[in-house]
Design a protein around this ligand. Structure first.
Ligand SMILES: *[C@@H]1O[C@H](CO)[C@@H](O)[C@H](O)[C@H]1NC(C)=O
Ligand SMILES: *[C@@H]1O[C@H](CO)[C@@H](O)[C@H](O)[C@H]1NC(C)=O
Ligand SMILES: *[C@@H]1O[C@H](CO)[C@@H](O)[C@H](O)[C@H]1NC(C)=O
Ligand SMILES: *[C@@H]1O[C@H](CO)[C@@H](O)[C@H](O)[C@H]1NC(C)=O
Ligand SMILES: *[C@@H]1O[C@H](CO)[C@@H](O)[C@H](O)[C@H]1NC(C)=O
Length: 302
């Protein structure tokens, strides 16, 4: 094995080389001198120029080379003034495996850094994606130590058909594939209880809608003009998502009435009564109001 060409590390500026060479003899007595050149490897001299008996020097593999597992990459200076002998420990290798769209290399290949020509690395799809079996998920180290070009072999998995929601509508702007959103709305007269959208995601090995679908509940409108005195039971109830008291009324009563409500700005305009379903609350005042409004509406139409 030939001795390394230069005693000084290559990164030192030339101005520093001369004083270094003058002050330090390259191989003093009982000194091993520079460690041997190894193919595809660089010795880690760490600025040292003298290597007495017992000194150790390690090597790292150059770019385009990889360490052969199990081979020694450290030399020791013996008292005889010679370095211990090494077998070749760096070999030509493809570099870092390429990244692929929607996939990753299988776990068994992660610790492997030595990829000789012909070496095959197998990939698999990320969660939420499925293998397209008509395209290879392998990448091969070619004879010129570059990787073969991976094709896109993963495609987005689909969530179950969302179907329908009662008294509402599901809008699908793009598709029902992984990461896509769908949106919910309720028919007129119903209010949405729950989330207004959800997205397609994975749970374990299954594709699922990330949130429970909302419910469309019958909307109970608050009594409108003429203004009525505040109802005693609703006076102190916070009005966030329909008062619990009104919800209770909705579920308890069975007697519904259809009411024609003239539009508030009906002056001179076409009188198309909006139809609203309200729940009888036993409030006779309201019933009377409703009857009056119906009569007014019928009167306008005829
Ligand atoms: C699988 O790949 C083939 C070839 O590129 C393509 O025609 C096909 O549409 C792909 N299948 C899916 C489900 O993406
Ligand atoms: C991918 O590599 C595996 C393991 O080497 C092999 O069994 C499989 O046949 C290869 N597939 C293709 C398409 O080359
Ligand atoms: C390596 O070989 C492949 C296949 O022969 C070729 O497509 C590619 O361009 C080559 N790469 C380089 C850097 O020579
Ligand atoms: C609504 O009804 C439930 C049981 O049916 C009762 O526990 C709750 O107190 C009621 N809420 C109101 C505001 O009346
Ligand atoms: C009251 O209306 C609700 C919601 O529209 C409906 O499910 C129910 O059957 C109606 N009840 C009667 C007695 O008409």
């Amino acid at each position: 094995m030939r001795p390394a060409r230069s005693g000084a590390p290559r990164w030192l500026p030339p101005a520093l080389l001369l004083p270094l060479l003058l002050c330090c003899p390259l191989a003093a007595r009982g000194d091993c001198g520079l460690p041997p050149d190894m193919p595809g490897a660089t010795a880690q001299l760490e600025g040292r120029t003298a290597f007495p008996a017992g000194a150790q020097v390690g090597y790292y593999c150059n770019e385009g080379f990889a360490k052969i597992i199990g081979k020694v990459n450290v030399v020791h200076c013996l008292s005889s003034g010679e370095w211990t002998r090494l077998e070749v420990f760096c070999q030509r290798s493809c570099g870092i495996t390429p990244s692929v769209l929607y996939g990753h290399k299988k776990d068994i290949y992660i610790p492997v850094s030595y990829h000789p020509a012909g070496f095959v690395v197998e990939y698999e799809c990320n969660p939420g994606y499925a293998r397209n079996h008509s395209i290879s998920a392998n990448v091969t180290c070619l004879q010129n130590y570059t990787w073969s070009k991976p094709e896109v072999f993963c495609y987005k998995r689909s969530c179950p058909d969302p179907g329908k929601i009662e008294n509402g509508h599901i809008s699908i702007p793009t598709d029902i594939l992984f990461t896509s959103y769908i949106y919910f709305s309720c028919d007129p007269g119903y209010k949405l209880v729950g989330k207004t959208s959800t997205s397609c995601y994975y749970e374990g090995n299954d594709m699922i809608w990330d949130d429970p679908f909302p419910k469309c509940q019958v909307n109970v409108p608050a009594p409108k003009s003429p203004p009525t005195p505040p109802h005693p039971t609703t006076a102190n109830v916070p009005d966030t998502e329909g008062t619990p008291a009104l919800q209770n009324l909705t579920t308890r009563t069975t007697q519904n009435r259809t009411v024609f409500t003239p539009p508030s700005t009906s002056k001179g305009s076409r009188l198309l009564p909006a139809v609203a379903t309200i729940t009888a609350s036993g409030n006779t005042f309201m019933t009377l109001t409703v009857l009056l409004m119906m009569l007014v509406a019928i009167g306008y139409r005829t």
